[in-house]
Ligand binder design. Sequence first.
Ligand code: GLU
Length: 894
Amino acid sequence: MRWPPPLPLLLLLLTAGPTAAVQKQVKIVGLFDSGSARQAAAFRYAVDRVNADPTVLPNVRLVASIQRIPLLDSFQASKRVCALMEQGVAAIFGPQTASTSAHVQSICDAMEMPHIETRWDYRLKRDDYSVNVHPHPASLSKAYESLIRYWNWKTFTVIYEDIDGLVRLQEVLKAPSSSEFKITLRQLPADSTDYRPLLKRIKKSGNTRIVLDCRLLVLRPILDQALEIGMMNQYFSYLITSLDVHSVDLEAFRHLGTNITALRLVDPAQAVASDLLQDWLQDPLPAHNGYVAMHLNILPFFQTETALMYDAVRVFAHALHAFNEKLTVRPLSCQAENSWAEGNSLVNFIKLVRTGGLTGTIEFDREGFRTEFTLDIVELLQDGLKKVGYWTLASGANYTRSYGEKIREIEHSLWNKTLKVIMALNEPYVMMVNESDPTLTGNARFEGFCVDLVNEIARLRNFSVEFDLVEGGSYGGIDPVTGKASGMVKALLEQKADLAITDLSITYEREQVLDFSMPWMTLGIGILYKKPTNEPPPLFSFLAPLSLEVWLYMATAYLGVSVLLFILARFSPYEWDNPHPCREDPDVLENQFSLLNSLWFTIGSLMQQGSDIAPKAISTRMVAGMWWFFTLIMISSYTANLAAFLTVERMVSPIESAEDLAKQTDIKYGALATGSTKNFFRDSKIASYQRMWSFMQSARPSVFVNSGAEGVERVKNERYAYLMESPQLEYVVERNCDLQQVGGLLDTKSYGIALPPGSPYTSTISTAILILQENGTLHLLKTRWWKEKGGGKCKKDTKAGTNSANELGLDHVGGVFVVLLCGMAAACMIAICEFVWKSRKLAHEDHVSLFGEMAREVRFALRCQSTSKPARRPAALPSEMLTGWSPPPPPAIA
Ligand code: GLU
């Protein structure tokens, strides 16, 4: 220490008492350029606090030297630093401006003097002898980026004042993919305090998310002007990059619902800070007190820069303590270029400090930067700026306020508010009660499902509504070519309303630019078309129960069975009868199954009439039995199906599905001109829908309609199918009995309530919809507007579309044919057996060979000339024993 000590220190030594006399004095210098009065006061106060607290530096007394230097005068600053070093100092604090600080830093570096800064410095490398208590801009920038990511902002505007602002947001601006954030940069005019033109341009762009980087001085004027031009409502969100938003009066914006968020390093309400403040204001040293009174008021003290200066002194004190306070301060000369050996160690101790300060935990990296720190996330709520979370480099943005708390705040903010609701007319969602009644005004003019739904939500959430119709009546969207919004979408984007409701589908295109509530109804696209007219039954409808195939098979079976019966009867000896029963030995035998008789027998049984011919041989009986079985099944099936066919009136619709529509051009089809149904076909990748889209687009006159009602009228009066959404289709069919839905639904989607982008009310409206859905209100409303108010006109037509009684195919009756064929085969086998058996007997009796006898019988049978045959009698047996048989060899054969 230089001797004699400077005057203030001498005074302090004289007044400090006996203990202070043994303390070593260490001088530290604070360099403050004009405009840094608060930091100077904080510096002095921090030194006093350190000296007053024996636990911090028991053996050392710090002596503060406050040096004012002209702004941006590096020469003066360097001269002053050199002069001070000659007096012997332990550390230099400040100054605040970058250029002056750089000069001071290089002197400190040369002299190995610790240099402690508290200023914004975005360099990534620095000189060895310097540390900076200010949070490093790279880390700060990460904090803003993490907030923006947390909120999932994709499109936003950055308003900045100077290049430092862009540095503060470097992490956001250099996001990995440029498509991740769509950022519009707007610089505040340097030469004017009228920010309105710039703000208006932002408002016009539709961007409601704004990152505002400006000095505290202009923050309030900017916000005031934003308020003037309507940019301070619930749809706008601001992220203010200043760490000192708490020191600006935001009272005027508290109740507007604007989402204002900022980060802060210093919590002015923290216990240590307010204690310090109290203490400072009651400082017994009149000189200090006067200084405080002169330069400070309560809030600014807690601005980051002053708190940082306070913390900087504390950091130095802690380092000194860790250095065992065995410091020898030496006078140094800039000219002699001598350096202070202990300075190096002291700087290293400073870099190793880890302590809590007004600005949270302070620690440095190897470069002497403060890269790890904690920031509070603060939001402007109805009762002022409140901490809602915190940010750290390691964990990013963390909200301590629960989601439920946030929702409750929003619900609370809605109380007694009036939300403007725009609607588009469409039955039964939104209808005019009576257009010609002039006494109806305001909300009383409207009725419908959506009107009731919004009223229910408003009742649940305690807000009032003001209904109005959208200009032009269109639902709207974003034009894919021009990118321009239309209809209700446009109105919401321009914040002309808070909610939009009608049968408004939640689509990708709309969801891109608007917010949507939870769906309140699910639906799909259907086809509305006229009901088919009843067809007179065709002349030959009795043939309908059996398919043509079956009829052909039956006819073939009939002929086949008849011929087989004829043949078998000829073969079977038991079918040869004595035509004259009185003559015991007839000369001829007769066979009743001539070809005609066989045909007659089978047709008689097929017709369920029978005939006077009856088979006698087992083989022919087998044929008859099987044929009867066949006819039993066939006739019963026919009768059963005939009953269904004759009682059913068949309706023929020319189209059954969208594919049918796509295949033809005779029936025109179209959709609402400004709706999502049209867009569904426009954007579809399915070939038949693409074909439908080209047809609709090229049709003249246009097949697109301006309202649902117009579409329904066209269906009634023209050959026109209207592609519309299922709930309204259901509503129309309920009231127009000549119309019907054709085919199934072509897609699935939902209706929702649309809100301006970033609306805070989305989730509270969504939860209200869920409540209404779960307690059955939505169902009741649907029943009221679909069924009760004019519904149920059409009696359910049980005959409609009932061509469900199908023809019987071969599959159904094939088995009968199989049984018939098997029977016929069995009959043939039996006939052969009979034939062989009888021939063997006769051969034996006539002493002829079996084959000779069989050949004779076959020849006779094949002659087919007569159904009479001479009777034969076996020689060895008396004729009475051979009743009904044994003719002699027929003369014809002989
Ligand atoms: N719901 C449709 C929309 O939101 C309107 C009706 C339609 O396109 O069929 O655009």
